[in-house]
Design a binder for this molecule. Structure first.
Ligand code: 2HG
Ligand code: ZN
Length: 469
């Protein structure tokens, strides 16, 4: 029997091979990264996941685990001939005990949050893509989001998990003792491993008491320097849940996309600060800026203000296929980094005679800049070449490294950033990562080419690093 026949014989699993049906699983949603051709297996139980992984191991075929396919670094875009293992069918949610709930890998973050909210709790992970992004994907990528400063990234939210190892065996740490200080932290190693070490099937997610009433403030600072200077004041206020930023130009873009005029000037840098209750925060903030540069919204209308930040990715996607970078710098270097990024992009764009529009926004508390580069109106109709995209990327990332920052603050490495891993972490740490990979996945069949460069770098037509755009 061939592999698709063997997969079809597995109980509680459907299999897609038709090119149209498979299309949504082999490309990322931005349209920049495309892989395959691939078979898609859609198991509905952990046992079926194990059977799929076992069958692929027996056939020597690579497996690419995939959740909601909302990632931005091509971590779930399959190389040619791989099996995409979609975990979306594992969507059961258990009971809350010891402050945590076991959720199937395919439960969306939105579903987990409404489960939590119905019990006066929150999952503490807030992503704009939460309607599609899954618990398993969040665990595998150590997802961050808007509320990292209050609740931590996914790593801090995860109390346990169950995963299928590359030979089909099952590692069950769904309910480790609440206090357990025995041996290596295998759960911690799988969080953020981007599907390269094991396939996560269930996650034990910590739930916290939900905020009582959310108040969001938008502050339109005339410059990034003034925005950064306000951070210590804002961080010192009680109940702070989120501290985000957007270039005024990015806000203006969202406003135009939504046909909803921005309520404040868009000349400088907006800061969005959300609080648990705390109307007193508004009083303190009043000293930072004149009234006509401050907007406040309570629980009923908070999304009307937040949308100028949370819908930026959507507004960018509506305008074209961007080059996306996700960099972080120490807060003290934030304004200089923003300036250096804009300059570096302009220089590369000018030298190629292609106008580029940087859209800049992100997570201010962590010094995280999302740099989205869109071709301007005068760019060639078919966009730009991959070679040009790589030049833009290199120009930006060199600036960030020079300022002591990171080439991927939040979105991970995937296939898009793997060439930069060694620059960030150094050869010794990358060599150790390779030994970790070999220990978990000696045959190298789990998500090959994600995080680490393939041993012999080969750019084939099925390699999404090669044929994108
Ligand atoms: C966000 O913070 C997401 O909104 C998406 O991480 C960032 O689209 C992006 O570059
Ligand atoms: Zn982000």
């Amino acid at each position: 029997m061939d592999l698709s026949g063997a997969l079809r014989a597995i109980a509680d699993c459907s299999v897609l091979t038709d090119a149209d049906a498979v299309a949504g699983y082999v490309a990322d949603w931005t349209g920049r990264w495309r892989g395959g051709p691939a078979i898609v297996a859609r198991p509905r139980t952990a046992e079926a996941v194990s059977a799929v992984v076992w069958a692929c191991a027996a056939a020597g075929v690579p497996v690419v685990p995939q959740g909601g396919n909302t990632g931005l670094v091509a971590g779930a875009v399959p190389p040619a001939g791989a099996v995409v293992l979609s975990l979306r069918g594992l969507d059961a949610i258990g009971e809350v005990s010891d402050g945590a709930v076991v959720a199937g890998a395919g439960v969306t973050l939105a579903a987990l949050e409404s489960f939590a909210a119905a019990r006066g709790l929150t999952c503490g992970l807030s992503l704009a893509s939460g309607e599609s992004a899954t618990v398993g994907g969040a665990a595998a990528t150590n997802a961050g989001g808007a509320e990292v400063l209050r609740y931590g990234s996914a790593r801090a939210r995860i109390a346990g998990l169950r995963a299928v190892l590359p030979d089909g065996a099952v590692l069950d740490r769904r309910r480790p003792p609440v206090k357990d200080n025995t041996g290596y932290d295998l759960v911690g190693q799988l969080v953020g491993s981007e599907g390269t070490l094991a396939v996560i099937t269930d996650v034990t997610w910590r739930l916290d008491p939900a905020p009582r009433a959310r108040t969001v403030l938008a502050l339109a600072f005339p410059s990034p320097e003034e925005a950064v200077a306000a951070v210590p004041v804002l961080r010192g206020l009680p109940g702070l849940l989120a501290l985000e930023w957007s270039d005024g130009a990015a806000v203006a873009r969202v406003a135009a996309h939504l046909d909803a005029p921005a309520p404040l000037p868009t000349d400088g840098c907006w800061v969005f600060a959300e609080f648990d209750g705390a109307p007193e925060a508004a009083g303190v903030v009043a000293g930072l800026l004149p009234d006509d540069r401050i907007a406040v919204a309570g629980p009923e209308d908070r999304t009307r203000l937040w949308r100028y930040r949370s819908r930026t990715t959507e507004a960018v996607g509506a305008a074209g296929v961007p080059v996306k970078l996700d960099v972080g710098v120490p807060l003290a270097a934030f304004a200089a980094a923003r300036e250096a990024v804009v300059r570096a992009v302009r220089e590369v764009a000018d030298s190629a005679g292609i106008a580029m529009e940087p859209v800049l926004f992100g997570h201010l508390a962590e010094g995280n800049l999302h740099v989205n580069l869109l071709p301007g109106p005068s760019a060639p109709e078919r966009g730009f070449s991959e070679e040009f995209a790589e030049r833009l990327e290199a120009a930006v990332l060199e600036q960030v490294l020079a300022l002591g920052g990171t080439v991927s603050a939040e979105h991970g490495v995937g296939r898009a950033k793997r060439a930069w891993l060694e620059r960030q972490r150094g050869p010794e740490q990358v060599a150790l990562m390779r030994r970790v990979k070999d220990a978990w996945d000696p045959a190298g069949l789990l998500n090959p080419g994600a995080v680490l460069e393939p041993e012999v770098r080969r750019r084939t037509s099925g390699d999404p690093g090669a044929d994108a755009r």
